[in-house]
Design a protein around this ligand. Structure first.
Ligand SMILES: Nc1ncnc2c1ncn2[C@@H]1O[C@H](COP(=O)(O)OP(=O)(O)OP(=O)(O)O)[C@@H](O)[C@H]1O
Ligand SMILES: [Mg+2]
Length: 608
């Protein structure tokens, strides 16, 4: 039953060791667990006593000589009390244990959530969010289920079987016990074998469930794109293909479940019938009393009720184990970027950033950065330009340590960023990313996100600096306007300004602007750049830009081509050198000139 070498998921068995992973959650409330176990024993004792009392009642009533009504009355009262006791202790047990199970669920969910944030960017880029959410949901429900049912259904059933076996052996011949044990063994064996066989259907339907969910979420996230291409039917078609497979898998799941249930019912019926036949013969032969017959019957029914549950519980536990394992596998996913064991907080003195012979590839077979070296002296501004895909944003991601470099190193004030804590590193760097995604909340929330403990005045100041105040003043709901999923209800330029505002609020010593103003019109861009230059004046700044006119004033301009630095220098120097930068500049100036001319031309000469 240990890990097989075959890693095909449909062949994968539930890993029973997963249970041990839940132990710490149980031990969070040892008192409660102990009390719940005590209730469990009391409930089962009461339960097993019920048929015994019932036997005495029947025998008493059956006995013609008995005249005293008081005896059956006392027995009847005891019968009622025991019945109530069995249920009451059971409920008490559940009530006491509820906190343990719910707390475990909360802990597990939080642990997974934290872990997901620890995992590197690449994991999230290649992961499907919809499926991920389902995995977590099923995993946490599974943990709670497993805790509750392992302790409070499997265990009590075993205890009850043991108690009943004792009574049967003491009261009747060994044959009854043999029938009971044999039928239970058969029942358990049958349940396990059939459940094993069913597992792949269950797994298949889970996988298809995740997949169709992923597809639906992805399709809805791309709502606009779907509309641009009128592909609603295409999307529905693809979704339906997944659903059709899911339907098939669920159907197999249900049918196999019906087969399992029918088989179990047959075994129970056969065992009860056999016992009753045996008891009837003995009653007829006056070897047993009528009360004994009633008692045997009561036991059989009583025993198979939880046992019937045992089948269900076994299935569910297997299922839960698989789900939990899936979730735990996420937890075992090792983050690619981790703090060194002796990581210290980053000490920013001036904020000198240095790239030293940096090599980097997202995948081994396609190098992106090749031997990149440059320095941004403290408080200076360095710009990176180059064609699309040259690796500009990659530089920013490496500095932020979303990934680790393959060779070379990146330092801040002399400290290799791999030797400092990620926390302190990221606190020191402010990023306005190329594509800003907003939280589905209010504008205020999204800006204040830069520093959640900022006061309203500080948020408003950042808003003014980012030239957002005019826009917000126009909104009927002002700061409280909701931006929609991923911020799709505000314009690209507004989104960029929100990103700038929240970066200003964070107020770190090192700034990265990745095409931070690319969606703005020239006028707003000029205004914001003036504000940003003021902020950046005292800070180390890395600016990535396509529009060269925005970075003319940089202390150093780096031209990146295919992951290599091909030129660097000040604007004037690069122009004078007449290289790649000069050509780019020429092109852009020409294009801008043409655009202006064309606009003027349009106005004066409508015929062209
Ligand atoms: N997570 C990733 N996995 C694999 N390849 C990636 C990944 N991210 C980026 N790339 C590739 O790395 C190259 C450099 O990407 P980068 O984002 O740095 O380009 P860029 O210079 O910023 O381009 P642009 O001007 O278009 O923003 C691109 O060719 C891109 O396809
Ligand atoms: Mg980029």
């Amino acid at each position: 039953m240990r890990r097989s070498i075959v890693t095909d998921s449909s062949e994968q068995r539930p890993n029973w060791r997963v249970i041990t992973g839940l132990w710490p959650y149980l031990m969070e409330f040892p008192g409660r667990v102990f009390f719940a176990l005590a209730c469990l024993v009391l409930a089962k004792l009461a339960n097993v006593a019920v048929p015994v009392v019932l036997k005495f009642i029947v025998d008493d009533l059956d006995d013609q000589t008995s005249q005293v009504v008081a005896v059956p009355l006392a027995l009847l009262a005891a019968y009622g009390l025991l019945r109530f006791g069995a249920t009451a202790f059971g409920e008490l047990r559940d009530a006491v244990f509820a906190r343990v199970a719910e707390r475990a669920m909360r802990r597990v969910a939080l642990q997974v959530f934290r872990h997901l944030h620890r995992l590197e960017l690449n994991f999230h880029l290649s992961r499907r969010t919809g499926g991920l959410a389902r995995d977590i949901e099923r995993g946490t429900t599974g943990s709670s289920f497993l805790l509750r049912f392992m302790l409070f259904n499997i265990l009590p059933t075993l205890l009850e079987i043991a108690l009943v076996a004792t009574v049967l052996l003491a009261q009747f011949s060994w044959r009854y016990l043999a029938v009971v044990l044999l039928s239970i063994a058969l029942y358990v064996l049958f349940s396990i074998v059939v459940t094993e066989w069913r597992t792949r259907f269950v797994r298949e339907s889970n996988e298809l469930d995740s997949r169709s969910n992923t597809r639906a979420v992805d399709s809805l996230l791309n709502y606009e794109t779907v509309k641009y291409f009128g592909n609603e039917d295409f999307e529905a078609e693809r979704y339906d293909q997944d659903l059709a497979q899911w339907e098939q898998a669920r159907l197999k799941n249900r049918l196999s479940l019906a087969a399992l249930n029918a088989g179990q019912a047959f075994i129970i019926a056969a065992a009860v019938t056999a016992m009753m036949v045996m008891a009837s013969y003995q009653v007829a032969a006056r070897e047993l009393t009528l009360g004994d017959l009633v008692m045997v019957n009561a036991y059989m029914i009583q025993l198979f009720i939880p046992l019937n549950f045992l089948g269900f519980v076994y299935r569910e536990i297997r299922q839960a184990l698989i789900n939990i394992e899936r979730m735990f596998n996420l937890l075992h996913e090792k983050p690619a970027v981790v703090d060194a064991p002796d990581a210290k907080p980053l000490q920013v003195t001036g904020g000198t950033v240095r790239f030293e012979n940096v090599h980097f590839a997202y995948r081994p077979d396609r190098p992106i950065l090749k031997d990149v070296s440059f320095t941004i002296p403290a408080g200076h501004k360095v710009a990176v330009v180059g064609s699309s895909g040259a690796g500009k944003s990659t530089l920013a991601r490496l500095l932020f340590r979303f990934y680790d470099v393959d060779a070379g190193r990146i330092t801040i004030d002399g400290q290799d960023i791999r030797t400092v804590t990620q926390d302190s590193l990221r606190k020191a760097i402010g990023v306005v990313p190329q594509d800003t995604v907003l939280f589905n909340d209010t504008i205020y929330y999204n800006i204040a996100y830069g520093r959640p403990d900022a006061t309203r005045e500080e948020v408003e100041r950042a808003t003014r600096l980012a030239h957002l105040d005019g826009f917000i003043a126009q909104l009927p709901e002002g700061f409280e306007t909701r931006v929609g999923e991923r911020g799709l209800k505000v314009s690209g330029g507004e989104k960029q300004r929100i990103a700038i505002a929240r970066m200003l609020l964070k107020d770190p010593p090192i700034l990265i602007f990745d095409e931070a103003t690319s969606s703005l019109d020239s006028e707003s861009e000029r205004a914001i750049l003036a504000a940003l230059n003021e902020v950046a004046a005292r800070r180390t700044t890395l600016v990535i830009a396509h529009r060269l006119s925005t970075i003319m004033d940089a202390d150093n301009i780096i031209v990146l081509e295919h992951g290599r630095i091909v030129e660097q220098g000040r604007h004037g120097e690069l122009i004078a050198a007449g290289g790649v930068y000069a050509r780019l500049w020429e092109h852009q100036q020409q294009a801008e000139g043409e655009a202006v001319a064309a606009a003027d031309g349009d106005r004066s000469l409508p015929s062209t």
